[in-house]
Design a protein around this ligand. Structure first.
Ligand SMILES: [Zn+2]
Length: 313
């Protein structure tokens, strides 16, 4: 077999090298606009498809302003994206399954090296009998005396150079969006969703008069979410694609593709992106996309790690 590398001209080799370097940090160059969403992790909890677990960045004018979820791999993808911790206003945790939050300590440790002046809001759900709420979760990690990562207790105490995290624990019986953060036209709010026994939230981020909804892990029983979004015409909904239409999959935890399509149609979403892509759903993507398109007429995309969606230019 001919060694193709030896046949590359100098110019072609340079182009290939540039492309490979570019591939390592695609979003720093590409995810531009006054309001854009970058998918850091497009996968779910199984390490079977070389995708990072759930994580997203909200970009505004080239600055990472919010991190939505921080599942496994978020730390690495965050660095690859060119994001800086010190520009973040908010860390938004949809729920306390490991594939949504396991890299949070790593992101915070990295952030402890930054020259951060502003307060960062961290939002997450209140707890129940099975899961801690945001406050208990953070104390278990960072409590000054008893936390597993007590060496990062400055995030709770505010000791040191940077202010403590501002905690926004959201009631899980909330039936309407409640405000998590606001700064001018940049608004973040949260509403409870049904994810079986797991307290869980969806987040809505608004900027430039546009709206993006991070639906998170949710089942079809998310009545409050559906009612709060009905006819609101978000510019983008990111939905989690964890199961297929086939029987025997956990519909008490996740929406099947047909139910994702119904949710996007009911909201009047302009665009739908599927993330949290699990192999069992991707293997049936033809049937899944057909089930969505049977009820939802907007544009549908399946995200990869570092996929970028420019909402406003
Ligand atoms: Zn989950």
């Amino acid at each position: 077999m001919i060694d193709r590398h030896k046949r590359l001209s100098g110019a072609a080799a340079m182009m290939l090298a540039t492309a490979l370097v570019g591939a390592a940090t695609p979003a720093a160059a590409a995810c531009k606009g006054s309001f854009a969403i970058e998918v850091l992790g497009s996968g779910g909890p199984l390490a079977d498809d070389a995708r990072a677990s759930s994580a997203y960045i909200v970009w505004r004018d080239g600055e990472a302003r919010a991190l939505v979820d921080a599942g496994g791999g978020a730390f690495l993808r965050f660095a690859e994206s060119g994001a800086k911790f010190e520009t973040l206003d908010a860390l938004l945790i949809s729920h306390f399954h490991a594939d949504h939050v396991s890299d949070l300590p790593a992101v915070l440790k990295s952030g402890s090296f930054s020259k951060r002046a502003k307060t960062v809001t961290i939002a997450g759900p209140a707890g129940n009998a099975y899961f801690p709420g945001l406050g208990d979760f953070l104390r278990a990690l960072f409590d000054k005396d008893a936390g597993a990562f007590r060496y990062l207790s400055q995030y709770l105490t505010g000791e040191g150079d940077a202010p403590a995290l501002r905690q926004a624990e959201i009631a899980i019986d909330s039936e309407q969006f409640s405000s998590v953060f606001s700064d001018g036209d940049f608004l973040i709010d949260a509403v409870a969703v049904n994810h079986g026994d797991v307290p869980a939230l969806a987040f809505r981020v608004s900027a430039e008069g546009k709206k993006v909804v991070f639906a998170g892990d949710q089942s079809v029983l998310s009545d409050a979410f559906d009612a709060a979004l009905e006819g609101s015409a978000p510019d983008l909904i990111i939905a989690h694609h964890a199961i297929s239409e086939a029987p025997g999959q956990p519909r008490g935890l996740h929406r099947a593709p047909s139910a994702i399509g119904e949710m996007a149609a009911s909201a009047g979403a302009k665009r739908l992106v599927l993330s949290h892509n699990m192999k069992r759903a991707l293997d049936a993507r033809r049937e899944g996309l057909a089930a969505i398109r049977a009820v939802y007429k907007g544009k549908v995309s399946i995200a990869d790690d570092h996929s970028c969606y420019v909402i406003a230019r």
